[in-house]
Design a protein around this ligand. Structure first.
Ligand code: P1T
Length: 388
């Protein structure tokens, strides 16, 4: 018994990759904690031999994420950074990657401080101008790597147009879909070769797991990713796989609320006297509004805004909040607020941060699913404190 692959995403969140356990009839996937599996004779077993190579609970999670992204293959990792590293371990020294200029600080650091040592080069560029992407391709370029919406500036890149550039140049296109989730955007349908996630965020949705995933339809890539997953071992625990599977069941309803509340808050923030600028792809004033309308089913639950003032005002704003928790990460049921320049994007050189707009007044919100009026009142108390 398993859900038809053409079922709606609402249904796939709950059923993809999951079927009653043949041994016990358990409706929920059992958490198979065993690190090893019996072999009746050497090499003869039920499909699993060692949990780094494969695990039944992980299989269910990988199939669920693949189902949601419209992919044949899903591969799960112990973190989003572990997923990114594992993808890059399929590269060789001398390979070059074109990376969106506005990415999670940890992704920037992975390219800048880790992969560089192994001869993998990265060029960071603003991909809103597709001609610029085309012009930056070198003979050694192997992949285009982007987030959209980006972290933390919420820029929107045109996946279909960049996929066309990648196809023509025979490059792989990876989209980090952490901010949108498959509920709002399915990059593989738009021509990407691979989708990655920090499943720590919306997929899990409860801020109690660190986890990552990649999905693809490309058989060759899937084979390489599986090999690296086993050989390098950045795997999630079965318990974490279970928690993400459990979180995924409510992804659809959570995203509806995240989008509804963030849309209203973004409009309100835009009219606020203490706000310099709001970055939210659902606002008409956003440079990527039309592309977001075309490629997304909703503008998401993340908002960044520039508060009038500097570090003191931002710190006072964040310290006064009672519902929004001042913390890194995003995508949980609870609202979070943070200061990208000091927190999530500190590993990006100051000059580059300034060029991107990640200034001392920039605040990033992950809008949770609490009552809208409570969230608005909480932000209002932050503004009052920032003014004092
Ligand atoms: O934290 P981890 O699960 O390793 O995922 C890394 C990662 C990858 N991609 C994107 C778009 C991300 O936002 C992240 C992690 N981001 C945060 C922790 C943050 O607060 O932005």
């Amino acid at each position: 018994m398993s859900a038809p692959t053409n079922a709606s995403l609402d249904t796939l969140c709950i059923h993809a990759g999951q079927h009653p356990d043949p041994f016990s009839g358990a409706v929920m996937p059992p958490i198979v904690l065993s690190s090893t599996f019996v072999q009746e004779a050497p090499g003869v077993h039920k499909g699993w031999d060692y949990s780094r190579a494969g695990n039944p609970t992980r299989d269910s999670l990988e199939a669920c994420i693949a189902g949601l992204e419209g992919a044949k293959h899903g591969v799960a990792y112990g973190s989003g950074c572990g997923a990114a590293l594992s993808i890059l371990l399929t590269f060789k020294a001398g390979d070059h990657v074109l990376v969106g200029d506005d990415v999670y600080g940890g992704t920037f650091r992975l390219f800048d401080k880790v992969m560089k040592q192994f001869g993998i080069e990265a060029t960071f560029l603003d991909m809103t101008d597709v001609a610029r992407v085309k012009a930056a391709i070198r003979p050694t370029t192997r992949m285009i790597w982007l987030e959209t919406p980006t972290n933390p500036m919420l820029k929107i890149f045109d996946i279909a147009k960049i996929a066309e550039v990648a196809r023509t140049a025979k490059l792989e296109l990876l989209v980090d879909n952490t901010f949108a989730t498959p509920m709002l955007q399915r990059p593989l349908d738009l021509g990407a070769t691979m989708v990655m996630h920090s499943s720590t965020k919306y997929l899990n949705g409860h801020s109690d797991v660190v986890s990552g995933a990649v999905a693809t339809n490309d058989e060759g890539l899937a084979e390489k990713l599986r090999f690296v997953q086993k050989a390098a071992g950045a795997v999630p625990s079965p318990f974490d796989c279970y928690l993400v599977l459990r979180g995924l069941k409510t992804l659809s309803v959570r995203m509806e609320r995240h989008v509804a509340s963030a849309s209203k808050l973004a409009a309100w923030l835009e009219s606020h006297a203490q706000v310099e600028k709001v970055y939210y792809p659902g606002l008409k004033s956003h440079a990527g509004f039309e592309i977001a309308e075309k490629q997304m089913k909703g503008p998401g639950g993340m908002i960044s805004f520039a508060l009038k003032g500097g570090l003191t005002e931002s710190a006072n704003f964040l310290k006064a909040l009672r519902i929004f928790v001042c913390a890194e990460s995003l995508g949980g049921v609870e609202s979070l607020a943070e200061h990208p320049a000091i927190m999530t994007h500190a590993s990006i050189p100051a000059e580059q941060r300034r060029a991107l707009g990640i200034g001392d007044g920039l605040i990033r919100l992950s809008v949770g699913i609490e009552g809208f009026d409570d969230l608005k009142a909480d932000l209002e108390s932050g503004f009052l404190a920032a003014k004092a």
